[in-house]
Design a protein around this ligand. Sequence first.
Ligand code: HMG
Ligand code: MG
Length: 308
Amino acid sequence: MKLPSQVTLVEVGPRDGLQNEKVPIATDTKVELCRRLLAAGVERLEAAAFVSPKWVPQMADGAQVLAGLRQTAEGQAPKVAYSALVPNIKGMEAAIEAGVDEVVVFTAASEAFTQKNINCSIEESIERFAPVAQLAMQHHIHLRGSISCALGCPYQGPVATQAAAEVALRLQSIGVQEFDVADTIGVGTAEQVKRVFEAVGYAVGLNRVAGHFHDTYGQALTNIYAALQLGVATFHSSVAGLGGCPYAKGATGNVATEDVVYLLEGLGIHTGLNMALLVQTGAWVSEALGKPYQSRAGRAQWLKTQVN
Ligand code: HMG
Ligand code: MG
């Protein structure tokens, strides 16, 4: 199949990228990260998670982050869509109050992971999401559904090829509009990606599917290429490759936005993102968090700017 001419990247750095950081990060730093990402051309930004602060303390200031962003965004082009994770009605009410454009309900293709991450079964999670979906419809908020562990589970091990598609159908039945198929622990390989994404695409339509790849085993770019070949045109990525899920031990960050942009530019695919500004942001946030800059393409380009 012909590759898509344009790809949308959903930047998940401020949420997935930061949620696992053990030291509290100042709200101002989070807002500054988002501001820099917007300046680099990001149009879909996952900025927060309205989850229990007992479960994920780092995300406790979501409302303040979004309020800070609304202030910064005044006078800017109004085309940015802010999203937030929401596990239940309480989170949904907070997300509406904060004025998000998209919410993400999240479950998994693995029972074991769902229990660890949101303390219920897959079926119970769908029941919990149904009133969230109704509120999303009433408030004209775009509703995404994230399916973790579509390619493997840290607790259960292998996951059946059809499992993500079955969950996608259940999510669709309550009104979910876009399906985030996630390799939470980065174990998937290209042929498996093709089979799982084909199954999900057959169930709900590939034009409504996004790929969310963590890069633990270094397969994320190859897996994105495999999904692109099927026609998937939306991917999630995290600047500087930040991230990890607190309930998926050993899982490392999302695929780095800079690496994905480098791949896509090389394929002649438009992203609307400014690589130089992304690289500056990646270097800045890595330093702010006291980490090495983990994007390969980003670091290579950053080092070049440091030589002269
Ligand atoms: P629970 O303990 O079963 O729920 O947790 P509960 O209803 O008994 O609530 C416990 C406490 O949390 C109560 O407070 C609630 O009020 C409060 P207390 O009465 O004890 O003082 N609470 C909340 N507070 C704020 N916002 C809320 C909220 N809900 C309850 N929305 C629950 C169940 C789902 C809440 C919990 O398990 C949870 O928050 N889990 C979130 C875990 C998480 O955020 N994981 C990381 C994100 S998922 C991810 O990263 C994967 C993804 O990137 C894709 C991939 O890579 O796979 C998306
Ligand atoms: Mg993730």
